[in-house]
Design a binder for this molecule. Sequence first.
Ligand SMILES: NC(=O)c1ccc[n+]([C@@H]2O[C@H](COP(=O)([O-])OP(=O)(O)OC[C@H]3O[C@@H](n4cnc5c(N)ncnc54)[C@H](O)[C@@H]3O)[C@@H](O)[C@H]2O)c1
Length: 316
Amino acid sequence: MKKILVTGALGQIGSELTENLRSTYGEDNIIASDIRRPEQPAGIFEEIDVTKEKEIYEIAKKYNVDTIIHLAALLSAKAEAFPKVAWEINMGGLVNALEAAKELNLKFFTPSSIGAFGPSTPKDNTPQDTLQRPTTMYGVNKVAGELLCDYYYSRFGVDTRGVRFPGLISHVTAPGGGTTDYAVEVYYEAIRKKTYTSYIAEGTRMDMMYMPDALHAIVQLMEANPDRLKHRNAFNITAMSAAPEHFAEAIQKHIPDFKIDYQVDPVRQGIAESWPDAINASAAKEEWGFEAAYDIDDMTADMLDKVREKIKRNSA
Ligand SMILES: NC(=O)c1ccc[n+]([C@@H]2O[C@H](COP(=O)([O-])OP(=O)(O)OC[C@H]3O[C@@H](n4cnc5c(N)ncnc54)[C@H](O)[C@@H]3O)[C@@H](O)[C@H]2O)c1
């Protein structure tokens, strides 16, 4: 990768990824884009609505990029509230981005999700290649997207690559309406109120990862030797399998009187129960050396520090 266009760059992943890419590949080589404008633009920014057929193509051509990192999407909980809009953004946007990559001969990354699995998928140690019959609009989009990326590789030779992200935990930009958002909120509430009411039930395990590991995985996969890749898209990756009480226990090591209680949201709980408890990431390890650096305790120590500083800064 030398010159990269990022779509959905103002979101939870994109806001940190563009910064990270700018420091590695150079300020002028990263073109951030989103459907909305940033409050404080830093670096090159272009407005792109990914559902408009030619917008990605035109900006990719204008800057002569060699890679598209396609992040624009509607996430799981929002997609259940607006399924038709989700289809238009998640599928329409993806095919427009893939067409631009095909026309301009670009490398291409887009994330799938643990949401691409469904209730009939093996729940524990979920294999890389397994049954995928998701029951949510987001899941339907993600499975179709995985297949579409494989198709553009095998049919047109587009260098498509991707991972299935677990729930991502970060402190820079708030998550955009996913099922695992509780795992971010819990840190803010722990610092503000020493208590958190979880909309996900006790005992509901899902895969999770701290943002620095997610950013590292994107770059590592995109820079991996293609000869080693047996899979290309939708690599299972994970750092931890955790339920709300595990976050509470990790936080109590720093804030001993922190308490968690539960008021379950049936929609998000239903989505969570349709997903795996713990996925197997061995294909990503073998084919491109994926390894997560943060476990739940390392992540919790860092999140509490960063969120505390952020709250202090915002209230100063
Ligand atoms: N965050 C997670 O926990 C997680 C987990 C698994 C997979 N993913 C995947 O990673 C990708 C990015 O996720 P995220 O968490 O950064 O999402 P996000 O919701 O935080 O950000 C998405 C961005 O897309 C933009 N967008 C929406 N519609 C658009 C359009 N029509 N044109 C251009 N931009 C548009 C939004 O303004 C937003 O800035 C998505 O494909 C998502 O499914 C995320």
